[in-house]
Ligand binder design. Structure first.
Ligand code: SIN
Length: 283
């Protein structure tokens, strides 16, 4: 019998710290339901004091759905679903260091991400999250009505094209290694405003890393509109900031959040393990 979860909100818009659960063993139905409810309420849960092997992290992810295999970033030997997000001391971080929603360039983008902080810097290396539901709600009614029927093209090309982002990561010269695939140029179209399948709530679904253009608008129109939406959606009032401790597991819902890994810990190593869980086609 598990103890009841202790949940403490971190900011007005989203985010909570959770204690009183051991994620290394199978979750009972009540705990799973409590975590789901908390995810619907807070979007990102930062569960403290965990110790997870790679197998336990994967087993945890499987309790939430089917783990994705990333088409470009290499997974761990024997566990292709788990990406070791390693930033050695003395190097700059580059994984996730701008605003994005995980894998929005998939046809069925990741619903959840689970990130386990095994060794984190004493200072720096926080992750910031933004509520895209809050961003939509902050728009005026006429703009919301304008956005509602629109779709946008997403692809991995701006993030992973070796011609513009360099090819060191494809040549085994970086801590996180990648395998080049033409799939980075694939384009998928998702609605600009999506409805969450479990809560029925609406949120904006665009992000600077993977959204290329709003369908039907000219390039300058699309760029100006997206810039306005990105500016609005990352206002401090719509954000929360997770400070990692060794043993923190963050679980977040990509369907109504975007996030940003802060690159401010050059002197320190940071070792994290990430699994994403397959989502549904956005509607
Ligand atoms: C990610 O973008 O999935 C990684 C975030 C982080 O390393 O904090």
């Amino acid at each position: 019998m598990m103890r009841p979860l202790q949940i403490r909100g971190l900011a007005g818009a989203l985010g909570a710290e959770v204690r009183g659960v051991d994620l290394s063993s199978p979750l009972d139905a009540a705990t799973r339901e409590a975590l789901d409810d908390a995810l619907h309420r807070y979007g990102v849960l930062c569960v403290r004091d965990q110790k997870l092997s790679t197998e336990a992290l994967l087993a945890l992810a499987k309790q939430f759905g089917s783990p994705d295999v990333h088409p470009i970033a290499n997974g761990m030997p024997g566990h292709p679903e788990v990406i070791k997000v390693l930033k050695p001391a003395g190097e700059r971080a580059f994984f996730g260091t701008s605003w994005h929603t995980d894998n929005s360039f998939f046809e069925c983008p990741s619903a959840l991400t689970i990130l386990y902080g095994e060794q984190v810097p004493p200072v720096g290396g926080d992750t910031v999250f933004a509520s895209m539901e809050g961003a939509l709600a902050a728009l005026s009614e006429p703009v919301r009505r304008f956005l509602e029927p629109l779709c946008a093209v997403h692809s991995a090309s701006s993030a992973y094209d070796p011609k513009t982002t360099g090819d060191a990561k494809y040549r085994g010269e970086t801590a996180i290694q990648y395998t080049f695939s033409d799939r980075i140029y694939d384009e998928v179209v998702h609605p600009v405003v999506r409805t969450h399948p479990a809560t029925g709530r609406k949120s904006l679904y665009v992000n600077p890393m993977f959204t290329q253009q709003i369908v039907g608008l000219s390039k300058p129109e699309s760029a100006a509109l997206l810039a306005m939406l990105y500016d609005l959606s990352t206002r401090p009032e719509l954000c929360c900031r997770i400070h990692w401790e060794n043993g923190t597991v963050a679980i977040w819902d990509n369907r109504w959040l975007q996030h940003y890994a802060i690159d401010d810990y050059a002197d320190y190593e940071r070792i994290m393990y990430r699994v994403t869980v397959r989502g549904e086609r956005p509607v």
